[in-house]
Design a protein around this ligand. Structure first.
Ligand code: ARG
Length: 203
């Protein structure tokens, strides 16, 4: 643990280091760059915070649905992962002020029967496991109609293969996935609007 002189006392998991956890499958917030290092908006925010605190930044890439318990269990100092502020998560961690707005959108293939949110009922929906898209779709359409994947790219792959009818995911990674696949598009209607924040330990 460490406390910078003349500043509020704080401790970190490793002395002199800000340990950020993320799930680097979420462009432009976090992705692996050509050197196989985590890059993106969240990594840059963490870099600025570390610099301000006089700490070295270390980034740990992990499953998205492990981040809350990693914060809670003291394995990382902060989760920065395009993470949505949600009341259940807020019982386990503290959220910072929000730094961005996220929108859950629906990706469909060419010729899809899904034209708006009203058409989702009874369709097979691909999501990233443990995300708010997963949580909302499970509540709204039932577990049997939600197929969970380790990351958004795998959900999109399943959509291209016809294993799911659509993918519900945050708008910014959705744009990146659709830009890379001509046959996919994003519905105009938004499924949910949410706030992104950093998650830190309650202590
Ligand atoms: N905003 C959504 C959530 O909080 C998805 C975030 C996924 N982030 C990621 N780095 N894979 O559940």
């Amino acid at each position: 643990s460490s406390a910078a002189e003349g500043e509020a006392a704080f401790t970190t998991v490793t002395d002199g280091v800000l340990t950020m956890g993320t799930n680097a499958t979420f462009p432009p917030y976090e992705f692996m760059d050509e050197n196989n290092e985590v890059a993106g908006i969240d990594a840059e925010i963490a870099g600025a915070i570390a610099e301000k605190l006089g700490l070295k930044l270390e980034i740990t890439d992990m499953a998205f649905d492990s981040l809350i318990s990693a914060v809670q269990g003291g394995a990382i100092d902060v989760a920065l992962a395009g993470m949505t502020v949600d009341p259940e998560r807020a019982e386990a961690v503290n959220f910072s002020d929000s730094y961005a707005t996220g929108v859950q959108v629906v990706i469909v293939p060419e010729g899809s029967a899904i034209a708006s949110i009203e058409d989702l009922s009874g369709k097979m929906i691909g999501v990233q496991s443990g995300t708010t898209g997963d949580i909302y779709c499970t509540v709204d359409y039932g577990q049997d109609f939600v197929k969970q994947f380790d990351n958004g790219a795998l959900a999109v792959q399943a959509l291209l293969n016809g294993q799911v009818d659509c993918v519900v995911i945050d708008n910014e990674p959705a744009k990146a996935f659709v830009a890379a696949n001509e046959s996919l598009s994003i519905l105009d209607t938004e499924y949910a609007v949410e706030d992104y924040a950093a998650a830190i330990s309650k202590e």
